[in-house]
Ligand binder design. Structure first.
Ligand SMILES: Cc1cc2nc3c(=O)[nH]c(=O)nc-3n(C[C@H](O)[C@H](O)[C@H](O)COP(=O)(O)OP(=O)(O)OC[C@H]3O[C@@H](n4cnc5c(N)ncnc54)[C@H](O)[C@@H]3O)c2cc1C
Length: 416
Protein backbone atom coordinates (compact mmCIF):
# COMPACT_ATOMS: atom_id res chain seq x y z
CA UNK A 1 0.00 0.00 0.00
CA UNK A 2 1.42 3.34 -1.04
CA UNK A 3 -0.50 6.40 0.13
CA UNK A 4 1.79 9.07 -1.28
CA UNK A 5 0.04 11.41 -3.71
CA UNK A 6 0.64 10.75 -7.38
CA UNK A 7 1.38 13.85 -9.48
CA UNK A 8 -2.21 13.68 -10.79
CA UNK A 9 -3.63 13.74 -7.24
CA UNK A 10 -1.21 16.43 -6.07
CA UNK A 11 -2.24 18.60 -9.02
CA UNK A 12 -5.96 18.07 -8.25
CA UNK A 13 -5.38 18.64 -4.55
CA UNK A 14 -3.73 21.98 -5.22
CA UNK A 15 -6.50 23.00 -7.62
CA UNK A 16 -9.30 22.04 -5.20
CA UNK A 17 -7.48 23.86 -2.39
CA UNK A 18 -6.96 26.99 -4.52
CA UNK A 19 -10.63 27.00 -5.56
CA UNK A 20 -11.65 26.45 -1.96
CA UNK A 21 -9.50 29.33 -0.67
CA UNK A 22 -10.56 31.71 -3.44
CA UNK A 23 -14.29 30.99 -3.73
CA UNK A 24 -15.61 29.04 -0.73
CA UNK A 25 -13.85 30.28 2.41
CA UNK A 26 -14.59 33.98 1.64
CA UNK A 27 -18.32 33.10 1.24
CA UNK A 28 -18.79 31.28 4.57
CA UNK A 29 -20.37 34.34 6.25
CA UNK A 30 -22.63 35.05 3.25
CA UNK A 31 -23.78 31.44 3.18
CA UNK A 32 -24.81 31.52 6.85
CA UNK A 33 -26.56 34.89 6.41
CA UNK A 34 -28.62 33.66 3.47
CA UNK A 35 -29.55 30.38 5.13
CA UNK A 36 -30.56 32.22 8.32
CA UNK A 37 -32.82 34.38 6.16
CA UNK A 38 -34.36 31.26 4.62
CA UNK A 39 -32.76 31.73 1.19
CA UNK A 40 -32.34 28.28 -0.36
CA UNK A 41 -30.70 27.41 -2.68
CA UNK A 42 -28.14 30.00 -1.56
CA UNK A 43 -27.84 32.64 -4.29
CA UNK A 44 -24.22 32.02 -5.31
CA UNK A 45 -24.20 28.19 -5.22
CA UNK A 46 -25.06 27.70 -8.91
CA UNK A 47 -22.44 30.24 -9.98
CA UNK A 48 -19.78 28.45 -7.89
CA UNK A 49 -20.85 25.06 -9.28
CA UNK A 50 -20.44 26.38 -12.82
CA UNK A 51 -16.94 27.68 -12.01
CA UNK A 52 -15.88 24.42 -10.34
CA UNK A 53 -17.14 22.42 -13.31
CA UNK A 54 -15.38 24.67 -15.82
CA UNK A 55 -12.14 24.10 -13.89
CA UNK A 56 -12.59 20.32 -14.13
CA UNK A 57 -13.39 19.97 -10.41
CA UNK A 58 -16.64 18.07 -10.82
CA UNK A 59 -17.96 14.61 -9.83
CA UNK A 60 -14.62 13.70 -8.31
CA UNK A 61 -16.01 10.72 -6.40
CA UNK A 62 -17.21 8.21 -8.99
CA UNK A 63 -14.51 5.71 -10.08
CA UNK A 64 -16.77 4.04 -12.65
CA UNK A 65 -17.51 7.27 -14.55
CA UNK A 66 -17.32 6.77 -18.31
CA UNK A 67 -15.50 9.12 -20.71
CA UNK A 68 -18.80 10.47 -22.04
CA UNK A 69 -20.08 11.34 -18.53
CA UNK A 70 -19.32 14.65 -16.82
CA UNK A 71 -16.58 14.49 -14.21
CA UNK A 72 -13.19 13.17 -13.30
CA UNK A 73 -13.07 9.41 -12.76
CA UNK A 74 -10.96 9.08 -9.64
CA UNK A 75 -10.40 6.04 -7.48
CA UNK A 76 -11.53 6.19 -3.85
CA UNK A 77 -7.89 6.55 -2.80
CA UNK A 78 -7.39 9.46 -5.19
CA UNK A 79 -10.59 11.14 -4.03
CA UNK A 80 -9.77 10.92 -0.29
CA UNK A 81 -7.51 14.01 0.01
CA UNK A 82 -9.96 16.08 -2.06
CA UNK A 83 -12.95 15.09 0.10
CA UNK A 84 -10.84 15.96 3.12
CA UNK A 85 -10.49 19.55 1.88
CA UNK A 86 -14.25 19.73 1.23
CA UNK A 87 -14.97 18.48 4.77
CA UNK A 88 -13.67 21.73 6.25
CA UNK A 89 -16.82 23.63 5.23
CA UNK A 90 -20.19 21.90 5.66
CA UNK A 91 -21.66 23.01 2.31
CA UNK A 92 -18.51 22.83 0.15
CA UNK A 93 -18.95 19.40 -1.39
CA UNK A 94 -22.13 20.48 -3.23
CA UNK A 95 -20.04 22.98 -5.21
CA UNK A 96 -18.04 20.08 -6.69
CA UNK A 97 -21.20 17.94 -7.10
CA UNK A 98 -19.80 15.62 -4.46
CA UNK A 99 -22.35 15.98 -1.67
CA UNK A 100 -24.24 13.34 0.24
CA UNK A 101 -26.71 11.79 -0.23
CA UNK A 102 -26.44 12.50 -3.97
CA UNK A 103 -23.06 10.78 -4.27
CA UNK A 104 -24.33 7.50 -2.83
CA UNK A 105 -27.46 7.76 -4.96
CA UNK A 106 -25.45 8.45 -8.11
CA UNK A 107 -23.18 5.47 -7.36
CA UNK A 108 -26.28 3.30 -6.99
CA UNK A 109 -27.95 4.57 -10.15
CA UNK A 110 -24.70 4.23 -12.04
CA UNK A 111 -24.66 0.54 -11.15
CA UNK A 112 -28.34 -0.32 -11.52
CA UNK A 113 -30.36 2.30 -13.46
CA UNK A 114 -32.16 1.23 -16.62
CA UNK A 115 -31.44 3.43 -19.71
CA UNK A 116 -34.69 5.35 -19.04
CA UNK A 117 -33.86 5.86 -15.34
CA UNK A 118 -30.38 6.94 -16.41
CA UNK A 119 -31.73 9.66 -18.72
CA UNK A 120 -34.45 10.86 -16.38
CA UNK A 121 -32.56 10.91 -13.07
CA UNK A 122 -28.88 10.02 -13.22
CA UNK A 123 -27.86 12.40 -15.98
CA UNK A 124 -29.46 15.47 -14.31
CA UNK A 125 -27.79 14.41 -11.04
CA UNK A 126 -24.39 14.05 -12.71
CA UNK A 127 -24.92 17.50 -14.22
CA UNK A 128 -25.84 18.96 -10.82
CA UNK A 129 -29.23 20.11 -12.16
CA UNK A 130 -31.26 18.29 -9.51
CA UNK A 131 -30.69 16.79 -6.09
CA UNK A 132 -31.95 13.60 -4.43
CA UNK A 133 -32.64 11.80 -1.17
CA UNK A 134 -32.45 8.24 0.11
CA UNK A 135 -35.45 7.11 2.18
CA UNK A 136 -34.95 4.03 4.30
CA UNK A 137 -35.36 4.87 8.03
CA UNK A 138 -38.85 4.65 9.56
CA UNK A 139 -40.25 6.00 12.84
CA UNK A 140 -42.15 2.83 13.73
CA UNK A 141 -39.31 0.29 13.58
CA UNK A 142 -35.70 0.14 14.77
CA UNK A 143 -34.20 0.92 11.40
CA UNK A 144 -30.61 -0.03 12.20
CA UNK A 145 -31.99 -3.47 11.41
CA UNK A 146 -33.17 -2.74 7.88
CA UNK A 147 -34.97 -6.08 7.60
CA UNK A 148 -37.70 -4.48 9.76
CA UNK A 149 -38.60 -1.74 7.25
CA UNK A 150 -42.40 -1.71 6.86
CA UNK A 151 -43.16 0.60 3.92
CA UNK A 152 -45.26 -1.31 1.41
CA UNK A 153 -44.51 -1.34 -2.31
CA UNK A 154 -47.39 -3.23 -3.88
CA UNK A 155 -47.68 -4.15 -7.56
CA UNK A 156 -50.95 -3.00 -9.12
CA UNK A 157 -51.17 -3.64 -12.88
CA UNK A 158 -48.45 -1.61 -14.56
CA UNK A 159 -47.79 0.42 -11.40
CA UNK A 160 -46.47 0.09 -7.89
CA UNK A 161 -48.38 1.70 -5.01
CA UNK A 162 -46.36 2.89 -2.01
CA UNK A 163 -47.61 3.43 1.54
CA UNK A 164 -45.44 4.18 4.56
CA UNK A 165 -43.66 6.75 6.65
CA UNK A 166 -39.97 7.67 6.67
CA UNK A 167 -37.93 10.06 8.80
CA UNK A 168 -34.53 11.72 9.00
CA UNK A 169 -34.42 11.78 5.21
CA UNK A 170 -31.51 14.08 4.41
CA UNK A 171 -31.85 16.63 1.64
CA UNK A 172 -35.60 16.15 1.17
CA UNK A 173 -36.25 19.83 2.04
CA UNK A 174 -33.83 21.09 -0.62
CA UNK A 175 -35.86 22.91 -3.29
CA UNK A 176 -33.92 21.04 -6.00
CA UNK A 177 -34.57 17.61 -4.48
CA UNK A 178 -36.58 15.94 -7.23
CA UNK A 179 -36.11 12.22 -6.68
CA UNK A 180 -36.31 9.85 -3.73
CA UNK A 181 -34.85 6.38 -3.67
CA UNK A 182 -37.33 4.62 -1.39
CA UNK A 183 -36.74 1.28 0.28
CA UNK A 184 -39.77 -0.83 1.16
CA UNK A 185 -41.19 -4.32 1.09
CA UNK A 186 -42.47 -5.87 -2.12
CA UNK A 187 -42.87 -9.36 -0.67
CA UNK A 188 -43.25 -9.67 3.12
CA UNK A 189 -43.43 -13.47 2.74
CA UNK A 190 -40.07 -13.89 1.00
CA UNK A 191 -36.81 -14.91 2.67
CA UNK A 192 -35.77 -12.13 5.11
CA UNK A 193 -33.22 -10.47 2.84
CA UNK A 194 -35.35 -10.79 -0.31
CA UNK A 195 -38.44 -8.95 0.97
CA UNK A 196 -37.22 -5.41 0.20
CA UNK A 197 -36.92 -3.46 -3.01
CA UNK A 198 -35.91 0.06 -3.97
CA UNK A 199 -38.04 2.28 -6.09
CA UNK A 200 -37.61 5.73 -7.63
CA UNK A 201 -40.29 8.16 -6.46
CA UNK A 202 -40.46 11.72 -7.78
CA UNK A 203 -40.65 14.18 -4.91
CA UNK A 204 -43.67 15.77 -6.58
CA UNK A 205 -45.59 12.48 -7.00
CA UNK A 206 -49.15 12.80 -5.61
CA UNK A 207 -49.30 11.31 -2.10
CA UNK A 208 -45.74 12.28 -1.08
CA UNK A 209 -45.93 14.68 1.85
CA UNK A 210 -43.03 16.45 3.52
CA UNK A 211 -44.35 16.34 7.09
CA UNK A 212 -41.55 18.26 8.81
CA UNK A 213 -37.85 19.07 8.76
CA UNK A 214 -36.50 17.53 11.98
CA UNK A 215 -33.87 19.62 13.80
CA UNK A 216 -30.70 17.77 14.80
CA UNK A 217 -29.46 18.73 18.30
CA UNK A 218 -31.89 21.64 17.97
CA UNK A 219 -30.08 22.71 14.80
CA UNK A 220 -32.27 22.93 11.69
CA UNK A 221 -30.43 21.95 8.54
CA UNK A 222 -31.62 23.99 5.59
CA UNK A 223 -31.53 20.95 3.29
CA UNK A 224 -33.41 19.01 5.88
CA UNK A 225 -33.53 15.69 7.66
CA UNK A 226 -37.20 15.20 6.98
CA UNK A 227 -40.18 13.14 7.95
CA UNK A 228 -42.06 12.03 4.84
CA UNK A 229 -45.42 10.34 4.46
CA UNK A 230 -46.29 8.16 1.44
CA UNK A 231 -50.03 7.70 0.94
CA UNK A 232 -51.09 5.61 -2.05
CA UNK A 233 -48.19 6.98 -4.07
CA UNK A 234 -48.45 5.49 -7.56
CA UNK A 235 -45.41 5.14 -9.83
CA UNK A 236 -44.98 3.05 -13.00
CA UNK A 237 -43.49 -0.43 -12.58
CA UNK A 238 -40.47 0.81 -14.57
CA UNK A 239 -39.52 2.95 -11.53
CA UNK A 240 -38.25 -0.13 -9.69
CA UNK A 241 -34.48 -0.01 -9.22
CA UNK A 242 -32.92 -3.39 -9.90
CA UNK A 243 -35.21 -6.37 -9.51
CA UNK A 244 -37.89 -7.11 -6.94
CA UNK A 245 -36.30 -8.38 -3.72
CA UNK A 246 -32.90 -6.85 -4.41
CA UNK A 247 -33.33 -3.86 -2.03
CA UNK A 248 -31.11 -5.23 0.70
CA UNK A 249 -28.26 -6.00 -1.68
CA UNK A 250 -28.60 -2.54 -3.26
CA UNK A 251 -28.50 -0.89 0.18
CA UNK A 252 -25.22 -2.65 0.90
CA UNK A 253 -23.76 -1.54 -2.44
CA UNK A 254 -24.81 2.07 -1.75
CA UNK A 255 -23.50 2.35 1.76
CA UNK A 256 -19.86 1.40 1.08
CA UNK A 257 -18.77 4.49 -0.84
CA UNK A 258 -21.28 6.71 1.02
CA UNK A 259 -19.77 5.77 4.37
CA UNK A 260 -16.20 6.31 3.32
CA UNK A 261 -16.98 9.73 1.83
CA UNK A 262 -18.41 10.88 5.18
CA UNK A 263 -15.28 9.61 6.93
CA UNK A 264 -12.96 11.38 4.47
CA UNK A 265 -14.76 14.68 5.07
CA UNK A 266 -14.67 14.08 8.83
CA UNK A 267 -10.89 13.88 8.75
CA UNK A 268 -10.93 17.33 7.13
CA UNK A 269 -13.24 18.72 9.82
CA UNK A 270 -11.02 17.28 12.58
CA UNK A 271 -7.92 18.70 10.88
CA UNK A 272 -9.55 22.15 10.80
CA UNK A 273 -10.43 21.84 14.50
CA UNK A 274 -6.84 20.99 15.35
CA UNK A 275 -5.58 23.97 13.34
CA UNK A 276 -7.98 26.35 15.09
CA UNK A 277 -7.25 24.87 18.52
CA UNK A 278 -3.48 25.15 18.00
CA UNK A 279 -3.74 28.75 16.80
CA UNK A 280 -5.99 29.77 19.70
CA UNK A 281 -3.71 28.08 22.23
CA UNK A 282 -0.86 30.31 21.02
CA UNK A 283 -2.88 33.53 21.30
CA UNK A 284 -4.56 33.31 24.71
CA UNK A 285 -2.89 33.36 28.10
CA UNK A 286 -4.16 32.22 31.51
CA UNK A 287 -2.24 32.31 34.76
CA UNK A 288 0.83 33.78 33.07
CA UNK A 289 1.13 31.12 30.38
CA UNK A 290 -0.09 30.63 26.84
CA UNK A 291 -2.76 27.94 26.76
CA UNK A 292 -0.48 25.54 24.88
CA UNK A 293 2.04 25.81 27.73
CA UNK A 294 -0.46 24.17 30.08
CA UNK A 295 0.15 20.43 30.05
CA UNK A 296 -3.48 19.46 29.50
CA UNK A 297 -3.85 21.57 26.39
CA UNK A 298 -0.51 20.42 24.98
CA UNK A 299 -1.72 16.88 25.59
CA UNK A 300 -4.97 17.52 23.67
CA UNK A 301 -3.03 18.95 20.74
CA UNK A 302 -0.67 15.97 20.65
CA UNK A 303 -3.41 13.38 21.08
CA UNK A 304 -5.51 15.01 18.38
CA UNK A 305 -2.61 14.85 15.94
CA UNK A 306 -1.98 11.16 16.74
CA UNK A 307 -5.66 10.22 16.47
CA UNK A 308 -6.22 12.10 13.21
CA UNK A 309 -3.19 10.41 11.63
CA UNK A 310 -4.39 6.98 12.81
CA UNK A 311 -7.88 7.56 11.46
CA UNK A 312 -6.63 8.98 8.16
CA UNK A 313 -4.42 5.94 7.57
CA UNK A 314 -7.32 3.58 8.23
CA UNK A 315 -9.57 5.58 5.89
CA UNK A 316 -6.89 5.48 3.16
CA UNK A 317 -6.42 1.74 3.66
CA UNK A 318 -10.18 1.27 3.35
CA UNK A 319 -10.30 3.41 0.20
CA UNK A 320 -7.45 1.36 -1.24
CA UNK A 321 -9.24 -1.87 -0.39
CA UNK A 322 -12.52 -0.74 -1.97
CA UNK A 323 -10.55 0.11 -5.12
CA UNK A 324 -8.63 -3.18 -5.10
CA UNK A 325 -11.13 -5.79 -3.91
CA UNK A 326 -14.52 -4.05 -3.87
CA UNK A 327 -17.00 -2.92 -1.23
CA UNK A 328 -18.01 -6.41 -0.14
CA UNK A 329 -14.50 -7.63 0.60
CA UNK A 330 -13.73 -4.32 2.36
CA UNK A 331 -16.77 -4.67 4.62
CA UNK A 332 -14.81 -5.00 7.85
CA UNK A 333 -12.65 -1.97 7.06
CA UNK A 334 -15.73 0.08 6.12
CA UNK A 335 -17.31 -0.79 9.48
CA UNK A 336 -14.04 -0.02 11.28
CA UNK A 337 -13.80 3.51 9.89
CA UNK A 338 -17.52 4.14 10.41
CA UNK A 339 -17.20 3.08 14.08
CA UNK A 340 -13.96 5.01 14.59
CA UNK A 341 -14.10 8.28 12.66
CA UNK A 342 -17.29 9.90 14.06
CA UNK A 343 -15.92 9.48 17.60
CA UNK A 344 -12.55 10.88 16.57
CA UNK A 345 -14.40 13.74 14.88
CA UNK A 346 -16.39 14.70 18.00
CA UNK A 347 -13.44 14.15 20.37
CA UNK A 348 -11.16 16.54 18.47
CA UNK A 349 -13.96 19.07 17.95
CA UNK A 350 -14.83 18.86 21.64
CA UNK A 351 -11.24 19.62 22.66
CA UNK A 352 -11.11 22.54 20.23
CA UNK A 353 -14.40 23.99 21.59
CA UNK A 354 -12.99 23.75 25.12
CA UNK A 355 -9.78 25.57 24.14
CA UNK A 356 -11.87 28.40 22.67
CA UNK A 357 -13.77 28.88 25.91
CA UNK A 358 -17.40 29.93 25.58
CA UNK A 359 -16.77 31.19 22.06
CA UNK A 360 -16.23 27.54 21.07
CA UNK A 361 -19.93 26.78 21.35
CA UNK A 362 -21.08 30.03 19.71
CA UNK A 363 -21.74 30.48 15.98
CA UNK A 364 -18.56 32.62 15.76
CA UNK A 365 -16.51 29.50 15.04
CA UNK A 366 -17.45 26.52 12.84
CA UNK A 367 -16.69 24.16 15.73
CA UNK A 368 -20.16 23.67 17.18
CA UNK A 369 -21.66 22.92 13.75
CA UNK A 370 -18.93 20.42 12.96
CA UNK A 371 -19.32 18.79 16.38
CA UNK A 372 -23.06 18.40 15.85
CA UNK A 373 -22.49 16.71 12.51
CA UNK A 374 -19.90 14.35 14.02
CA UNK A 375 -22.40 13.39 16.72
CA UNK A 376 -25.12 12.76 14.14
CA UNK A 377 -22.72 10.58 12.17
CA UNK A 378 -22.73 8.11 15.02
CA UNK A 379 -26.27 7.20 13.88
CA UNK A 380 -26.57 7.57 10.16
CA UNK A 381 -25.28 4.92 7.77
CA UNK A 382 -25.52 2.53 10.74
CA UNK A 383 -25.02 3.35 14.45
CA UNK A 384 -21.61 2.63 15.99
CA UNK A 385 -22.88 -0.47 17.78
CA UNK A 386 -24.03 -2.13 14.56
CA UNK A 387 -20.61 -1.60 12.98
CA UNK A 388 -18.86 -2.90 16.10
CA UNK A 389 -21.08 -5.99 15.89
CA UNK A 390 -20.05 -6.55 12.27
CA UNK A 391 -16.37 -6.26 13.16
CA UNK A 392 -16.65 -8.53 16.21
CA UNK A 393 -18.55 -11.19 14.24
CA UNK A 394 -15.94 -11.19 11.51
CA UNK A 395 -13.10 -11.37 14.04
CA UNK A 396 -14.76 -14.30 15.81
CA UNK A 397 -15.38 -16.12 12.55
CA UNK A 398 -11.78 -15.61 11.48
CA UNK A 399 -10.42 -16.69 14.85
CA UNK A 400 -12.36 -19.97 14.81
CA UNK A 401 -10.10 -21.19 12.04
CA UNK A 402 -7.06 -20.52 14.19
CA UNK A 403 -8.25 -21.59 17.65
CA UNK A 404 -5.74 -24.43 17.95
CA UNK A 405 -2.87 -22.17 16.96
CA UNK A 406 -3.91 -19.57 19.58
CA UNK A 407 -4.18 -22.26 22.24
CA UNK A 408 -0.48 -22.97 21.82
CA UNK A 409 0.26 -19.57 23.41
CA UNK A 410 -1.51 -20.52 26.63
CA UNK A 411 0.48 -21.99 29.48
CA UNK A 412 -1.85 -24.12 31.57
CA UNK A 413 -0.66 -24.92 35.10
CA UNK A 414 1.41 -28.13 35.36
CA UNK A 415 -0.58 -31.02 36.71
CA UNK A 416 0.79 -33.94 38.69
C1 LIG B 1 -28.42 13.58 10.66
C2 LIG B 1 -29.03 12.30 10.22
C3 LIG B 1 -29.24 12.05 8.88
C4 LIG B 1 -29.86 10.88 8.45
N1 LIG B 1 -30.10 10.71 7.12
C5 LIG B 1 -30.81 9.62 6.72
C6 LIG B 1 -31.19 9.49 5.34
O1 LIG B 1 -30.88 10.33 4.50
N2 LIG B 1 -31.93 8.39 4.98
C7 LIG B 1 -32.30 7.45 5.88
O2 LIG B 1 -32.97 6.49 5.49
N3 LIG B 1 -31.96 7.56 7.20
C8 LIG B 1 -31.24 8.62 7.64
N4 LIG B 1 -30.90 8.77 8.96
C9 LIG B 1 -31.37 7.77 9.92
C10 LIG B 1 -30.29 6.81 10.39
O3 LIG B 1 -29.81 6.04 9.32
C11 LIG B 1 -30.90 5.97 11.52
O4 LIG B 1 -31.11 6.83 12.62
C12 LIG B 1 -30.03 4.79 11.91
O5 LIG B 1 -29.99 3.81 10.93
C13 LIG B 1 -30.51 4.14 13.23
O6 LIG B 1 -31.84 3.77 13.13
P1 LIG B 1 -32.86 4.22 14.29
O7 LIG B 1 -32.76 5.69 14.47
O8 LIG B 1 -34.19 3.65 13.97
O9 LIG B 1 -32.27 3.59 15.62
P2 LIG B 1 -32.65 2.15 16.22
O10 LIG B 1 -32.54 1.13 15.15
O11 LIG B 1 -33.91 2.28 16.98
O12 LIG B 1 -31.42 1.92 17.22
C14 LIG B 1 -31.32 2.62 18.46
C15 LIG B 1 -30.02 2.31 19.12
O13 LIG B 1 -29.94 0.94 19.42
C16 LIG B 1 -28.59 0.55 19.49
N5 LIG B 1 -28.38 -0.65 18.69
C17 LIG B 1 -28.94 -0.97 17.51
N6 LIG B 1 -28.48 -2.16 17.07
C18 LIG B 1 -27.61 -2.60 18.01
C19 LIG B 1 -26.77 -3.74 18.16
N7 LIG B 1 -26.75 -4.68 17.21
N8 LIG B 1 -26.01 -3.84 19.24
C20 LIG B 1 -26.01 -2.88 20.20
N9 LIG B 1 -26.76 -1.78 20.13
C21 LIG B 1 -27.54 -1.64 19.05
C22 LIG B 1 -27.75 1.71 18.95
O14 LIG B 1 -27.17 2.42 20.02
C23 LIG B 1 -28.78 2.59 18.26
O15 LIG B 1 -28.41 3.94 18.25
C24 LIG B 1 -30.26 9.92 9.41
C25 LIG B 1 -30.02 10.14 10.77
C26 LIG B 1 -29.43 11.32 11.19
C27 LIG B 1 -29.21 11.53 12.66
Amino acid sequence: MDFSYTSKVEDLRQRVQAFFDAHIVPRIGDWHREVDEGQLPVSFVEELKTSARSEGLWNLFLPGLRDDEPGTALTNLEYAPLAEIMGRVSWASEIFNCSAPDTGNMELLHLFATPEQYQEWLLPLLNGEIRSAFAMTEPDVASSDATQIQTQIVRDGNDYVINGRKWFISNAAHPNCRILIVMGKTDPEAETHRQQSMILVPMKAPGVELVRNIPIMNHRSSEGHCELAFRDVRVPATALLGEEGSGFALAQARLGPGRIHHCMRSIGAAELALELMTARAQERKTFGKYLHEHGTIADWIARSRIEIEQARLLVLKTAWMIDQVGTKAARKEISMIKALVPSLHTTVLDRAMQVFGAMGISPDTPLADHWTWGRAMRFFDGPDEVHLRVIARMEIKQSRAALDASAAYLTPPLRE
